[in-house]
Design a protein around this ligand. Sequence first.
Ligand code: ADP
Ligand code: ASP
Ligand code: MG
Length: 450
Amino acid sequence: MLNFSVAKFGGTSVANHEAMTACANIVIADPDTRVVVLSASAGVTNLLVALANGQSSEERIRLLSEIRQIQENILSQLKDESQVRSEIEKILAHIAQLAEQATTNSTEELSDALISQGEMMSSLLFVQVLKELNVDAQWVDVRTVVATDSHFGKAMPNDEQTQIQSDALLAPLVQQGKLIVTQGFIGRDPQGRTTTLGRGGSDYSAALLAEVLKAKNVLIWTDVAGIYTTDPRIVPTAWRIDSMSFSEAAEMATFGAKVLHPSTLLPAVRSNLPVYVGSSKDPQAGGTWVTREPQQRPQFRAVALRRDQTLLTLSNPSMVHAQGFLAQIFQTIADHKISVDMVITSEASVALTLDKTGSASSGTELLSTELLAQLNEIAQVKVDTGLSLVTLIGNELHKSEGVVKTIFDTLESYSIRMISYGASTNSICMLVNSNQANAVVNTLHKNLFE
Ligand code: ADP
Ligand code: ASP
Ligand code: MG
């Protein structure tokens, strides 16, 4: 194993010149960081998504000028913008052209071509920021390395092909001692078309690159000083977990802890790659190490929240003692490339939630009229929205007595729409009304963690 790290800086960490300079100083202070993976500057991906969905010419002009302003703010702080200005202008012109196309023919392929441009700009600007601090870095187009399938908006990396391309193009540069700056979130399909890995996918890119390069670890620099017992924006008294296991972090990410993209842990677990999470604004504040063997495995580890859940209840009286009803439902949903999350069955009905983290970068609605029509042929369908999933994450939750009583006592004044307990020994999920979600998270945290 080579002795170097892959560092990823998220959107707020590269939001402006000052934030980029803080990141550059982190890279400079750690000679082991040889590969830097960047997100788009904060806000840019959302603006690009809006453009990709097709807009009136007035709205397009407004969105384009917002994107331009974010770039201008950084360019204007550079000592010498001339080197990078023309490249940024070219990308802005390309964005304008794709945005116009999106108004007449908005496809997932076009969306990815557009949405990927934020990372292209931030990475070019960051190379110049480093240069002005006397650090020579080599910009790499990550699409020459990360190979994916053609599932636009939620592409799956092709690990073997990525390994081959990394060995041929990236590893030699690292071995020559170059500092690499590249993009997260994006890849290229076998036809050479740009793809994206899904929102928040830069964490996944960083872990994937660390794996193929055989780096010693992945450093995720973000806007919080580690992984907390719950989202510190919801519960200010949440505290940092210094060391946790891959499986705990994977459960947290899966159930909504946005600080890590859920797929980040795949390469980490496969290759036993420690993941560090820390704050780029305050690197001295310390952070969380996610490893195979953490210091402790407490019964209650964290509370995660995932908003915007859709509950489908499908009933069909002839389901009683019938076979194949569930298979039919799941197949229909799978045909639409949607992942089912929670499932509960009763005598003549099945209730299931749909997971929006499985949806495309462009954020298109999960439930299409076509899917609903197909489901209606199998059963009577009821759709509930305005729901959130609150998940308690821990260890051996099934073994200890009184866990469920503790939770129910804690939440006695809230209505819980659905509960899932037993599928995993690491989590208990509760579906609640979104307007009560923050209160439920606060109450659970207060009673179980404080
Ligand atoms: P980046 O742009 O760096 O990828 P994200 O916004 O994707 O950053 O992720 C960081 C955010 O994750 C934090 O600001 C915080 O609000 C949220 N978050 C959710 N759950 C947790 C948690 N358990 N610990 C820390 N942060 C969390
Ligand atoms: N820029 C992308 C997003 O906003 C990817 C990322 O930041 O990880 O989703
Ligand atoms: Mg993120």
